[in-house]
Design a protein around this ligand. Structure first.
Ligand SMILES: [Zn+2]
Length: 283
């Protein structure tokens, strides 16, 4: 029985090992490699073995975009009033409080201004950890204000999306944000100011159905899930099996829905070059 006990033994040592190294290693969701967390962070949360792009939060995204990790945030105090007094499994108000304490944000987007390779730009970056990056009245209002800021200051505009779509707990009010943001974007068109939409994993529902697909360039990170309805709903509706890789960045690029798939490490350079192209070099 000695060997048998030995086989069982590692359970104890494994758990003690887990305790000691907890949080230091991360397993890649795709290639299953074990990666040292510090290495992963140094590589902008992209797997060095298979290029899988882990989700990153809005603040880390801003740090990757803006020079010297410096930016100014706007409209940080806007918060949902829960106009419908909505309750599903839990009251919406409770979900908001929880999201706020988990993220330190009052809603699912950060709007900021800063320099990208020396050029002043306005960016709205969505926070997926805040109720699935869903778009309610606050997200709609903040993005609209960010567009107006870009317009008034004559600066290019970027949105980095990470969203499950419209926020169901705000009902029709959340759907109105699609139209509101879309019409605000027309102001940028009139001024010939570029808007680049960056779609990250996942970008779905009402966000895909509005501003995420309205960029002068619509670009995505590799392997991102991008779509309107989920694959199961589509399969049931059209009664057909969907092709492999359906609703992933590469598939969408191949079928003309995206202009480019850009790795996280190349994103800043790509944006800088695109703005040089649209606006001319920085004076
Ligand atoms: Zn990997």
């Amino acid at each position: 029985m000695a060997w048998f006990e030995k086989e069982n033994g590692p359970e104890k040592t494994t758990s003690s090992r887990t305790v000691r190294t907890e949080g230091l290693w991360i397993k890649c969701d795709v290639c299953r490699s074990t990666i040292w967390k510090k290495d992963l962070e140094a590589n902008a949360m992209v797997c060095p073995k298979c290029n899988f792009h882990f989700k990153i939060d809005a603040r880390n995204r801003l740090a990757l975009l803006f020079d010297d990790q410096h930016w100014e945030e706007f409209d940080t105090d806007l918060r949902s009033t829960d106009a419908l007094g909505f309750v599903d499994l839990r009251p919406y108000r409770e979900r908001l409080e929880q999201a706020e304490s988990e993220t330190g944000l009052k809603d699912a987007v950060i709007c900021a201004e800063g320099k990208l390779k020396g050029r002043a730009v306005v960016a709205a970056v969505m926070e997926y950890r805040f109720i699935g990056g869903s778009m309610g009245a606050v997200v709609g209002e903040k993005i609209t204000r960010a567009i107006e800021r870009a317009h008034d200051k004559q600066q290019p505009f970027i949105v980095v999306s990470a969203s499950g779509g419209a926020r169901m707990m705000e009902g029709a009010v959340s759907l109105m944000q699609l139209a509101k943001i879309s019409s605000a974007l027309v102001k940028l068109v009139e001024e010939r100011l570029p808007y680049i939409s960056v779609l990250t994993d996942p970008t779905t529902g009402g966000v895909t159905a509005s501003y995420a697909m309205l960029g002068d360039l619509n670009i995505a990170e590799p392997g991102a899930l991008i779509g309107f309805a989920g694959p199961r709903v589509i399969e049931q509706t059209i009664r057909q099996k969907l092709p492999k890789g359906f609703q992933r960045s590469e598939f969408l690029l191949e079928h003309g829905m995206l202009d480019a798939v850009v790795s996280r490490s190349e994103l800043k350079e790509f944006l800088a070059q695109a703005f040089d192209f649209f606006c001319g070099p920085i004076e």
